[in-house]
Design a binder for this molecule. Structure first.
Ligand SMILES: [Zn+2]
Length: 241
């Protein structure tokens, strides 16, 4: 299975006349020209560096506009990193939503624990090894991160990927990333997507070509199963006609 890219390199630069410091007082969702310019510039540079693939699951993203511009270190906890280019990567919507869900679950758990013990709620960022003091510079070393950082860590040193989109953790960091974004649950979605691709109306020749193409990314067993089901469905349709 091709990973597409190991890590984001080169790091995108800032558009001319724009810096992280110049944007810090502006909201991420602002339509201000500087923010729009920044997002478009970084988006294009990341799309190229990531060869159009998600920073977590390495699947090809449908198109540039369908990708999410993801903050690796949560911007709600560390607002000073909102416009930090080394904190941004493109991810598919599925991985982005799952990572956000993981973070929200952790915040909920910490709040419940604080309430039970009568202590103050202290937020924690799951991707960081240690929490940072206010005003600290953006961390840049592999050891600063608990999850595989797409700007810093070489993906294949932490995560293995085999045919059928099965992910293997090679390190604790790799395992945490796989669990945090539930990468192996996407396998089921991928099988369903393959089945729906095979059921699209086509001649038997293009159906066979499509099935062969699926062997590039899915296992022969899974493709065989989906093809068998589709042939049975077509025969049943023919018999009923
Ligand atoms: Zn993804």
């Amino acid at each position: 299975m091709s990973l597409g890219f190991e890590l984001i390199s080169p790091t995108p630069d800032y558009p001319e006349g724009v810096t992280a410091a110049s944007l810090i007082t502006i909201a991420w969702t602002s339509k201000a020209r500087a923010v729009v310019t920044f997002k478009r510039h970084v988006w294009d540079a990341l799309y190229e560096a990531q060869v159009g693939r998600c920073c977590f699951c390495r699947r090809t993203m449908m198109d540039k506009t369908g990708a999410h511009l993801e903050h690796f270190v949560d911007k709600s906890q560390y607002s000073s990193f909102t416009f930090e280019v080394r904190n941004l990567a493109l991810s598919c919507p599925t991985c982005n939503l799952r990572k956000n869900g993981r973070f929200a679950a952790l915040v909920g758990k910490l709040k419940r624990e604080a309430k039970r013990s009568g202590k103050a709620f202290v937020p924690r960022c799951p991707v960081l090894t240690t929490e940072l003091v206010p005003g600290a510079p953006f961390p840049t070393k592999g050891s600063d991160f608990r999850w595989v950082n797409p700007h810093v860590d070489t993906y294949s040193m932490h995560i293995g990927l085999s045919k059928g989109w099965v992910f293997h953790g090679k390190t604790k960091k790799g395992l945490r990333t796989i669990r945090g974004t539930r990468l192996n649950e996407i396998v089921e979605l991928e099988k369903r997507a393959m089945a729906s691709r095979l059921t699209s109306p086509s001649s038997f020749l293009s159906f066979a070509v499509g099935a062969i193409a699926e062997l590039n990314t899915n296992t022969a067993k899974d493709v065989g199963y989906a093809v068998g089901k589709e042939i049975a469905r077509r025969l049943a349709l023919k018999a009923g006609a």
